[in-house]
Design a protein around this ligand. Structure first.
Ligand code: SF4
Length: 179
């Protein structure tokens, strides 16, 4: 079993429903994805150090993801009663974020240059210090894949992972660059 296979197993042991190898060469940072942040449908644009523009320019993000040779994608997939089942959606997101934080702790002990990219904005503090003061926990704050301009559907497809699991399902996807 390769080291990467072991990390994929570790991800499943930490509660993710799916995990797969991530080829860092498939990480394409797109201005179009950042433009979606600018539309501010999530309300976090210019509100949090982990989101644009606080997380850096696309070029700065590109530099941060460069030089990695391996990674893993992790996913939490769940069934919804219907498209209005917000309770399960919130539950799944919470579960995904908790598992991601726990696995981040474990992997950061194994990979000193670990770069985790999560789902959604950083919620470590009740109120983010942005933009008045520096981030309180720069070592623990995690940006989303979208904040880095990554199109989740594309990266899943290019790494053989499904993104859509059918009607009334929801999938949260995140990744780690191992280094
Ligand atoms: S750790 Fe706190 S201050 Fe830093 S990005 Fe997250 S919420 Fe903002």
């Amino acid at each position: 079993m390769t080291e990467l296979d072991k990390m994929i197993d570790l991800a499943r042991e930490h509660g993710f429903t799916h995990a797969a190898a991530l080829d860092p060469d498939t990480m394409i940072l797109m201005p179009e994805v950042r433009d979606m942040c600018l539309a501010n449908t999530c309300g976090q644009y210019d509100k949090n150090w982990s989101c644009p523009p606080g997380c850096g320019t696309l070029e700065e993000c590109r530099q941060k993801v460069s030089g990695y040779h391996s990674g893993i994608l992790v996913q939490t997939v769940g069934d919804l009663e219907d498209s209005m089942d917000f309770e399960t959606m919130i539950c799944l997101e919470k579960q995904h974020k908790e598992n991601f934080a726990e696995l981040t702790n474990v992997l950061s002990g194994l990979y000193p240059k670990l770069l985790p990219l999560g789902a959604g904005t950083c919620t470590l503090c009740k109120v983010c210090t942005y933009p008045d003061a520096p981030c309180r926990f720069p070592e623990r704050s995690i940006s989303s894949m979208e904040a880095y301009g990554i199109l989740v559907t594309q990266i899943c497809k290019d790494n053989g992972m499904k993104y859509y699991y059918g009607p009334n399902t929801l999938a949260y996807t995140s990744c780690y660059l191992l280094g």
